[in-house]
Design a protein around this ligand. Sequence first.
Ligand SMILES: *Cc1c(COP(=O)(O)O)cnc(C)c1O
Length: 716
Amino acid sequence: MDKPALSPLQKKLPPRLARLEELAYNLWWSWHRASRDLFKQLDRTLWTTTRHNPVRILQEIPQESLHELAKDPIFLRDFDAVLMEMDKDTRGSPQWYSKNPIAYLSAEFGLHASLPIYSGGLGVLSGDHAKEASDMGLPFVAVGFLYEQGYFRQKLDPSGWQEAIYPPLNTAEVALRPAGNGNGDRHFVSVRVGERDIYLQIWEVLVGRTRLYLMDADVEQNAAWDRQLTARLYGGDREMRIQQEILLGIGSVQILRCLGIQPVVWHINEGHSAFMVLERAREFVGQGMSFEEAKAHVRAGTVFTTHTPVPAGHDTFHFALIDKYFNHFWPQLNLSREEFLKLGSYKTGHEETFNMTKLALEMAGRANAVSALHGEVSRKMWHNLWPDKPVNEVPIGHVTNGVHLASWTGEAMHRLYRRYISPDWLTHQDDPLLWARVEEIPDERLWEAHIYLKRKMFSTMRERAREARMQQATPPDQLLCSGIFLDPDALVIGFARRFATYKRANLIFRDIERLKALVHDRYRPVQIIFAGKAHPADDPGKLLLQQIYNIARSPEFGGRIAFVEDYDMHVSRYLIQGVDVWLNTPRKPMEASGTSGMKAALNGILNLSILDGWWAEAYNGRNGWAIDAGQTYEDPNLQDDADAAALYRVLEEQVVPLFYKRDRDDIPRGWVSMMKEAIRTVGPRFSTRRMVQEYLDEYYIPALKDVTALNGNVIP
Ligand SMILES: *Cc1c(COP(=O)(O)O)cnc(C)c1O
């Protein structure tokens, strides 16, 4: 047998450093301090200019530097220690059902900013879930899309209107490789989409011991039009969308089969991947089962998570599209057209369509919402599917979302937690007793760490403004809202999220004069940093963004309101570690969970939020603030008025005075004690450790038991 040819990196790396390649190609590095430090040590400038991308660092670093490092005993000592850690975390025996993993399907994965295959919260949640599954040693595979043009990069034109830029992803520059045997042979599957067969190349991303497979239709075998099918996330029309969802749902099953993986539990993360249940039913019917038997088998092993609290937000298709793309399919299930449509048909208003959430609820034995409140809302919303049950018995539970602590804790905070909580606090992160030791962090140290992270955020913003100024002549008013005039000692409120109108980014501007009084207070000024993208097809969202941008750059706010362009995981990391207050103003109950506030709290940033989603569970009166109008109104305008008034009141009476109440050492003791309460209460409960453990105990293991019971007590 021929030896596989050496990759360019293998040729470049000195033998002693050969395993740097392995390290760069497993995203494990991204949530381990020592390995991040290692890549930083390789070349600090490249670390910054590549936006923390080790694959590019290795490609771009001069060969001499590598040879120097290969002789540097201190570097080598750190390098070996990191490799040992990685081997411990990625090798060895997973748990007892390892041959039959949990398969997790999602339209987006937010793992690292260098791999732009996510748009927001849903993707970051999938990414965090995959990382945690690795940390916990679960047998877990994930499947999604490789979008060549990702979501989009945001650029604002001089009028503040959002432009979407789609820079093509260079697959050679990210931690991504063709799935295969390592000999350069590539794996393909072909999926029937309507009348055509679409070929998909399979890519592999290593996330610790989790494997993520990404499908890519941009291959020679496909017609030019079909090669676009996996180009963009949430782009195109309904017809494009149904084809993508066929690839995701049906293609995922075929990809795993092609790779010889036989999952026992299948987790559908949001309705986009729900066609998976049809393909699996087809397999069972192909083995000789009736459709009803097949359905029972599919249900036993399927878990479905819904994320959408409003009826209009659910993914639906007109029957004409279903006819077009599935008329060859229902005969294979031994179903008539009517029986097939019934699996997904659902009436919203007057219109009956094929609803992906309905399909998933019908075919998944277990379903959950993503916070306690969202659970209630979902049970009410889908009550008509179970008309005989009282609403509280509608079989949709909830697992409140969490965040991956190792990924979202700022360096400076991590050091404090190691020192004062426990050297291996991350290992024991689900122990609330451990977190009580937050009290032992001296106020001075905690405040110092916070100030450090705040300054780091400011310097990052200034650097971005400088670069933009160099590339194009930034007009003065745009410079005004770039953040360079922010006062690092004054209070900073952060608001970064999708510009969907229900998130009400403009709520704080409802009474401009009242806001101005806060912002321009001579002794106790308030500053705000905004960031976020509107969906490229969402004109109301873009208009909202433009309004805010124009307020931010107007001289009357004097540079105290900033807008950071191109919100992504990289920008998010700085903001959730560097502001003082994290503001969230959704129209209740439209925020299913929210996770950015958890990331903030973990770093001692105080939440100021409507009691919606996760915050309704977390808020205890001492770990942040609630914006509570005390009443709900039918008229959204009245609600906005009342909520805005409540927001100003909390800012004026509580937030601002507490922040500026300093002792002789210039430490805001009251504020710091609230920071500690936030860390202590949010850390153990709103982590992916707690979340994945709940999925395991209440969903995956019961599903596994049901599957084995159906199979005469053997794992299929
Ligand atoms: C965490 C995160 C989100 C989720 O934020 P919410 O608005 O709280 O849902 C979205 N986008 C990015 C880039 C994130 O890191």
